[in-house]
Design a protein around this ligand. Structure first.
Ligand code: NAD
Ligand code: DAU
Length: 355
């Protein structure tokens, strides 16, 4: 079996669902269920014996050690993290605790477990660390895209803690020989995306008749990748990635934030038109994110050439699927928008000036 950490979150849940759709190898899903973890994402697996869910913190080394000894996985795929840049600006401590200390604790549990394996099991074991393109910092309009050798220059508390975790993972390979793999991916979007992030926030706010908040001039650029394409890349890296290597994963799909918001409004105008006017009329430019990275872009040639991975979705097909999913899943949306979500919206948006 494999262990997945953070498998109740956005990408982790999509990964578990897509894994079990193409394999009978069981998944032990270890997740703390923070505000971002949601068992409703995994509702279709409720009676599926191949999915074992355990609620727990990656900082709990004893619990991890007991689970690894009991289930003897052949791989650990590490998705668990605090993942939202804006939250890291308001409260960086949780990011250090989970992304740095938690990854360290998980690496220690993995190393101790790995040392108990037979020689052949040791060679075949993998620790796959899911990371981000944000560790490379920000590009100018003319800089070449991030490749695997681009120097690290993280700019937010979130990206700094992800960079720290990448370095720890690297060191466990170099020092102890733990067979690690790291993926650095661009912005994901798709089903089960928590509506604190740009794309699901715009869709859900638009439908609720609320402002569509664009930070600053909206000319910042991100590369967008449909989440199941990211999951397929992770499966390829797990299958044939070389221990100790890192792989950049991206969609060759750079978009300004304003263009993403316009496209979403146009899709909603088509799929769920308002009585009068366009959703574009709800766009509001607000105070920029402090330290906002201007541009991310991924050079994904290594994973394409060495592992034969390519994204299956274009931005047009992926975004349409995403909007359709949100239109068809009102119950999921209203459940995640209850409770703590409203406190976050209040903290992040209600005191912001119009830009
Ligand atoms: P998410 O915030 O949606 O989910 C994170 C999950 O981790 C949640 O289920 C949460 O309960 C769990 N978790 C948090 N702290 C934990 C802890 N201490 N112990 C155990 N579980 C804990 O995040 P996501 O967007 O699905 O991102 C998953 C991973 O992919 C992260 O490592 C993130 O840095 C990375 N990543 C995300 C993106 C993106 O666009 N979302 C892009 C590149 C890389
Ligand atoms: O690049 C990969 C990263 O992408 C991941 O590592 C992170 O976990 C993930 O959250 C994401 O980070 P971003 O900060 O790029 O994503 P977010 O959806 O928060 O914002 C996307 C862009 O949209 C960014 O330039 C900020 C802007 N934005 C965001 C929000 C929430 C707005 O203009 N308005 C908003 O309300």
């Amino acid at each position: 079996m494999i262990v997945v950490t953070g498998g109740a979150g956005f990408i982790g849940a999509n990964f578990v669902l897509s894994w079990l759709a193409q394999s009978d190898e069981a998944v032990l899903n270890y997740d703390k269920l923070t505000y971002a973890g949601n068992l409703n994402n995994l509702a279709s697996l409720r009676d599926d014996a191949r999915h074992i869910f355990v609620q727990g913190d990656i900082n709990d080394g004893d619990k991890l050690a007991a689970l690894l000894a009991e289930h003897r996985p052949r791989a650990i795929l590490h998705f668990a993290a605090e993942s939202h840049v804006d939250r890291s600006i308001h409260g960086p401590a949780a990011f250090v605790t989970t992304n740095v200390n938690g990854t360290f604790s998980l690496l220690e549990a993995a190393r101790n477990y790995w040392q108990t394996l037979s020689a052949i099991e040791k060679t075949e074991f993998r620790f796959l660390h899911v990371s981000t393109d944000e560790v490379y910092g920000s590009l100018s309009a003319t800089d070449p895209a991030f490749c695997e050798t681009t120097p690290y220059a993280p700019n937010s508390p979130y990206s700094a803690t992800k960079a720290a975790s990448d370095h720890l993972v690297r060191a466990y390979h170099h020092t102890y020989g733990l067979p690690v793999l790291t993926t650095n991916c661009s912005n994901n979007y798709g089903p089960y995306h928590f509506p604190e992030k740009l794309i699901p926030l715009i869709i859900t706010n638009a439908r609720a008749g609320k402002d569509l908040p664009v930070y600053g001039d909206g000319q910042q650029i991100r590369d967008w990748l449909y989440v199941t394409d990211h999951c397929a890349a992770i499966r390829r890296v797990l299958e044939e990635g070389k221990p100790g290597e890192t792989y950049n994963v991206g969609g060759w799909n750079e978009q300004t934030n304003l263009s993403v918001v316009h496209t979403l409004c146009d899709l909603l105008d088509e799929l769920q038109p308002k009585h009068s006017g366009s959703y574009r009329n709800q766009i509001k430019h607000i105070t920029d994110r402090p330290g906002h990275d201007k541009r991310y872009a991924i050079d994904a040639r290594k994973i394409e050439k060495e592992l034969g991975w390519k994204p299956a979705e274009t931005f047009a097909t992926g975004l349409r699927k995403t909007v359709e999913w949100y239109l068809a899943n009102d119950t999921w949306v209203s459940q995640v928008q209850s409770g703590d979500y409203m406190k976050w919206v209040d903290l992040q948006y209600n005191s912001k000036e119009q830009a």
